[in-house]
Design a protein around this ligand. Structure first.
Ligand SMILES: [Ca+2]
Length: 233
């Protein structure tokens, strides 16, 4: 009986010791693991917080510069004849007396009124970058416009390469009807040739003042154009 009691006691002591060891180990483990994971977590959190900050900046920069560098080529080549046949040419509404241009032609025979004489053999030819403006005799909703190359575009590439066509109802507050870059993707080095451009539906509206701003020519520092036309539906 005594033996049994001592064995039981011995077992109890061993059990208590084992339990105590396990507790210590777990406790120690917990502390160590806790410290490590908490440190790791802190590092990870800190890293993750830092990461978006650094990636955010470059992401914003390209987005902001994208519209400036993004090419805005003209629509696919539009058949000029189909525009003439399906739309109404209202170039006769241009009040020639209202025509103004800020860069003088190279001589008296190369001034802006030549744009509206119905003859591709006469042209407006001047140094870049000119703007010409005109008023129509009544407000009109343009859906297309066209311009023609002149006598020696095949040789020098003086047709406009980049331009903005503006419209207004008071001659002071302007809206953009069309903005074209890289026009040489469709305007070839040919002479006396008309090219038509559609005005997007969301840009269309009744206006009476118009302004054509040439930014670049295809081949250098000289701009020329023989005719300018406007169309409505
Ligand atoms: Ca002309």
């Amino acid at each position: 009986m005594k033996r049994l009691l001592s064995l039981s006691l011995a077992l109890l002591v061993v059990a208590t010791l084992v339990a105590s060891c396990a507790k210590d180990n777990t406790g120690g483990g917990d502390t160590t693991a806790g410290d490590t994971s908490s440190a790791a977590a802190e590092t990870t959190v800190a890293d993750t917080t830092k990461a978006p900050e650094t990636t955010k900046a470059p992401e914003t920069t390209p987005k902001e510069t994208e519209p400036e560098t993004e090419p805005n080529p003209p629509e696919d080549l539009i058949d000029y004849e189909s525009i003439v046949n399906t739309k109404k040419d209202v170039t006769n509404l241009v009040d020639i007396e209202s025509l103004e241009w800020d860069v003088e032609g190279f001589n008296d025979q190369e001034q802006a009124p030549n744009l509206f004489d119905g003859d591709t053999a006469t042209k407006y030819c001047c140094p870049l970058p000119p703007i010409f403006s005109f008023k129509t005799t009544e407000p009109v909703k343009l859906t297309a416009y066209a311009h023609a190359t002149a006598n020696d575009n095949s040789q020098y590439g003086r047709a406009p390469e980049e331009w903005i066509f503006w419209a207004s109802n008071d001659g002071e507050n302007w809206v953009q009807l069309d903005y074209v870059q890289q026009a040489s993707q469709i305007i070839e080095r040919v002479d006396y040739t008309y090219y038509a451009f559609l005005i997007d539906e969301d840009k269309q509206g009744e206006y009476q003042y118009y302004k054509f701003e040439v930014i670049e020519a295809e081949g250098g520092t000289t701009f020329q154009m023989s005719e300018f036309q406007i169309f409505t539906d």
